[in-house]
Design a protein. Structure first.
Lengths: 416, 492
């Protein structure tokens, strides 16, 4: 037994444990799906609360009009919500477009805050803090600038939060607007659906835990105030806020019937940039919150921290390590004598991945088609491997930032 | 001079040639002479006449001069003078006959006779041999060998002649009946007595050859009553693999069907690495593996040039006294030398087509003057095999059993001998009553490593399989339920 053997063993255990955890999450997600299918979304309890919808935008001229118009068209009482667009240090024509919208919808609560390099341009958290200062709503909703929410989206979220005082936030589902553009967007479509199924529906069912997805969610104003706004250093502000909400004793609920349609990256380059940003942000949040693992008050989010920790560190390092060991072994540099699982088991595991992912698609209209099976198989050999590179690169960037004390800035998703 | 030294001197020949005469019909006749001499067990020293040094021939009891060039005069005066004064046996071939030879044989020749020509020797005849201008012996005294005449001419002239110390033949080329005619002349000139024999040999036998076909060949030859030799390619590594066992089982069977086994020289892959001195060990290793398995390799089959390479001769051939020398294919020398290694037993390899060029009178083939081996490549189809056997059956040659002659193969671990048909390996008679044993393919090619965590993984493996199979069943159920829900929801 060599050191390489022990490393390999640890790697193999990590990989398989996470596989099993995800199987459990898929099953839990399925049960939640069955349950919610048969349930009506509750009505808003009492008078509709005033809601501030914040839309941080940085050079979003291409999509901002459509987004604001769909927000204006929500079936929530028009006098009971305001839309605050924080046009953060944009160099495109966003401010004109937004001005036009304001004139066109005179009489609606549409506030546009234009910032420049001095007052803004320091990232999404900073933009949200700026908007928050001007907001009046007792509930704060956030939509990304490239979203097209369905008419009912906000009403369903508000209804859930008014019916349950233990909820700090309610999150909806996001779908891929441009899913039929190319293979990459098809991959992303499948990825977002299955991620939400497992990480949101599954975790909610099992642990009453969810993570704010960054768009299409609502939360109580009091929470934002008590945590002092968004952490400007966290570029994955959503995960950060989620942890804070849990620490305050609230829960976050997933209401998949509230749907927004999001524009996803159409090129690998853009995708890579966006995902690296997420990965790096999540790594920041996980590391920051590791002490919570030993905090009695935070016992309900231990699973979350462990889950993220295992995905970004254990799984990643395990995969990378086992791959490196395999290559070194093949080249004859290291010697591993470790036994392995049978090929049959690996085959079963791959089948499990394909079928499991396919199951998470069956809730969505137009997704229960055979072609998705082939796409999942293709994903297994391409997209999933690309994610590994993303996570590794995110980790590398995080370490680099930590060492060189680089400032966090907008790594926004580029539009085309 | 002791008897032994005298014998040695007698079997040493200095072969002097003026040119290889490439590009003419005479190209290759020097090599043909070398092969003939080898088949008589003669050690040859090869010298080109312009490299000849004064007095060099005095060390030899026999000298052969081949003069291929017709237009140039011999420039090496030392050689010319030495030949005239030489006291040993001298055989001259070709043009510019030395005065001493002319005088001794009372030779009168007619030069510039145009081809084609006809040559006959000992009831064999080849008509219409295409060649350049030849010299005809119009008159000579001494023993005459065969006949040579312009095709269609009524009169016959001797092919060659020998008288006392001197011999002469005007014409000698490779690949036709002149090789046979020359072998008769050579035999007498060299003073070789004794009966020579003819053998059949199959080469290109590899471990990966069609072994069933090899068995069939053995059976067919046995049924036809023709003893034969298989020159088998050696194996240096993995000699414990089932494939090797199957190879040896078949060779053993061949041996039991009146086949004799000789080891073939390995294929020379590269001549670059001079420091590689593993050949001896490898060949001896192969011999030992065969001997241990009850197979008696009784010699070596090799391309002829091996005998003119110091490294091959020392390392690759010294374990045996018996060889079959094949015509050269590609020359890949390691350390080339002009002095050949001679073997007490050596057979002259003949391609099947060689004899078929000749017409013959009488039913039986006259005996060849030297040991010959009719050489076939081991066929790759049954049709070719049947064809060969039929040709051999209808042949007028009477083939001998190789093991009836004396052969010895010696390695540090084994001594393999044949004497008058009885074959022994380390003193033990070889069992020729053989049934091919089936060789099991169950062989651990690579020693299994002791694996760490094997039990852990075995247990986990089983657990995971159960878990995943159960999950897959559940998932299939989900899929069915999900499909119904989906239909209810979207196909309303």
């Amino acid at each position: 037994m060599t050191t390489a053997d022990i490393l390999m063993l640890i790697a193999v255990i990590c990989i398989w444990s996470l596989l099993l955890v995800n199987v459990v999450l898929i099953i839990a997600g399925y049960l939640y799906y069955i349950k919610i299918e048969n349930e009506e979304v509750p009505e808003i309890k009492g008078e509709a609360p005033f809601v501030s919808i914040m839309v941080p935008a940085h050079n979003e001229g291409k999509v901002i009009t459509k987004t604001v118009e769909s927000l204006l068209a929500l079936d929530y009482p028009h006098d009971r919500y305001e839309i605050i667009v924080i046009n953060d240090n944009s160099s495109d024509n966003s401010s004109e477009l937004l001005g036009d919208l304001q004139r066109k919808h005179d009489g609606r609560n549409l506030i546009v805050i234009n910032t420049d390099a001095v007052t803004g341009g320091k990232g999404k958290s900073n933009a949200l803090n700026i908007g928050f200062k001007q907001s009046r709503g007792e509930l704060i909703a956030i939509y990304d600038a490239d979203n097209t929410p369905e008419k009912t989206a906000l009403r369903y979220l508000v209804a859930e939060i008014t019916n349950d005082d233990t909820l700090g936030a309610v999150i909806g589902k996001f779908r891929t607007r441009n899913r039929n553009t190319n293979l990459l967007t098809r991959f992303i479509n499948i990825e977002t659906l299955s991620f939400q199924w497992m990480a949101q529906a599954g975790r909610w069912k099992l642990f009453k835990l969810c993570t704010i997805p960054g768009t299409n969610f609502i939360m109580r104003r009091s929470i934002v105030e008590s945590i002092g706004g968004w952490d400007v250093k966290a570029i994955a502000e959503d995960t950060e806020i989620s942890f804070r909400i849990y620490m305050m004793g609230y829960r976050i609920k997933f209401q998949p019937k509230s749907v927004t349609w999001e524009q996803e990256p159409q090129t690998v380059k853009v995708w890579f940039k966006q995902r690296t940003r997420w990965a790096k942000g999540n790594i920041y949040v996980i590391i920051k919150n590791i002490p919570l693992l030993f905090d009695r008050k935070a016992r309900n989010i231990r699973f979350d921290i462990l889950y993220f920790l295992s995905i970004y560190f254990l799984l990643l390092t395990s995969l990378v390590m086992s791959d490196i060991l395999l290559i070194l072994h093949a080249l004859g540099y290291v010697h591993t004598t470790i036994a392995g699982f049978s090929s049959f088991l690996w085959l079963l595991a791959i089948t499990l991945f394909i079928l499991g992912t396919y199951i998470t698609l069956i809730t969505e209209k137009g997704e229960m088609v055979l072609s998705n099976l082939w796409i999942i198989m293709l994903m297994y050999v391409s997209y999933c491997q690309m994610w590994m590179v993303v996570a590794a690169y995110g980790l590398y960037n995080y370490v680099k930032d930590l060492l060189f004390k680089r400032e966090v800035k907008w790594y926004k998703t580029e539009r085309f | 001079m002791t008897i032994h030294a005298a014998e040695q001197a007698a079997s040493k020949v200095l072969l002097i040639y003026d040119s290889l005469d490439k590009g003419t019909t005479r190209e290759g006749n020097v090599e043909a002479m070398q092969r003939l001499l080898a088949s008589y067990g003669v050690q040859v020293t090869l010298v080109r006449s312009d490299h000849y040094q004064r007095g060099q021939m005095d060390a030899y009891a026999k000298v052969i001069g081949i003069h291929n060039l017709t237009d140039l005069k011999e420039s090496n005066q030392d050689f010319l003078q030495d030949v005239e004064q030489y006291r040993g046996d001298y055989l001259h071939i070709g043009t510019r006959v030395p005065a001493a030879v002319t005088a001794s044989l009372e030779l009168r020749v007619h030069t510039g006779v145009p081809g084609p020509i006809r040559i006959a020797i000992d009831r064999l005849v080849q008509e219409a041999i295409r060649t350049e201008q030849v010299t005809i012996i119009e008159h000579a005294v001494g023993t005459r060998y065969g006949s040579l005449s312009p095709a269609g001419a009524p009169s016959e002239f001797p092919y060659g002649v020998q008288n006392g110390r001197y011999g002469y033949a005007a014409y000698f080329e490779r690949g036709n009946i002149s090789e046979l005619a020359m072998s008769h002349l050579l035999k007498d000139w060299l003073g070789k007595a004794g009966e020579a024999r003819s053998y059949v040999i199959f080469k290109e036998v590899y471990p990966f050859s069609d072994l069933q076909l090899l068995e069939r060949l053995a059976d067919r030859m046995y049924e036809a009553g023709i003893p034969f030799i298989a020159s088998v390619q050696p194996v240096f590594m993995n000699t414990d693999y089932p494939a090797m066992k199957r190879y040896m089982e078949t060779l053993k069977y061949v041996q039991s069907r009146n086949g004799s086994i000789i080891a073939n020289a390995p294929v020379v892959a590269s001549t670059v690495n001079l420091s590689d001195t593993t050949l001896k060990g490898k060949m001896e290793g192969f011999i030992d593996v065969l001997a241990d398995y009850g197979i008696a390799p009784l010699g070596l089959g090799a391309d002829f040039y091996w005998t003119y390479d110091q490294r091959y001769a020392e390392e690759g051939m010294s374990f045996t006294d018996s060889v079959v020398l094949f015509p050269n294919k590609t020359l890949k020398y390691r350390i080339q030398t002009n002095e050949s290694k001679a073997f007490p037993f050596s057979a002259f390899s003949m391609q099947p087509g060689f004899l078929e060029q000749f017409g013959h009178s009488g039913t039986f083939m006259p005996a060849m003057p030297m040991n010959t081996a009719l050489t076939f490549d081991f066929p790759d189809t049954e049709e070719k095999l049947d064809d060969i056997v039929e040709r051999l059956q209808s042949s007028w040659i009477s083939f001998s059993d190789y093991k009836h002659a004396s052969h010895t193969v010696r390695t540090p671990n084994s001594i393999i001998m044949s004497r008058s048909g009885s074959v022994t390996i380390n003193g033990q008679g070889v069992n020729l009553d053989v049934v091919i044993k089936k060789v099991s393919s169950d062989y651990v090619y690579k020693e299994k490593e002791v694996k760490s965590f094997e039990t852990l993984f075995n247990v986990q493996n089983k657990i995971f399989i159960v878990i995943i199979v159960l999950t897959l069943i559940a998932f299939t159920g989900f899929l069915i339920v999900g499909k119904r829900l989906y239909k209810r929801k979207y196909y309303k």
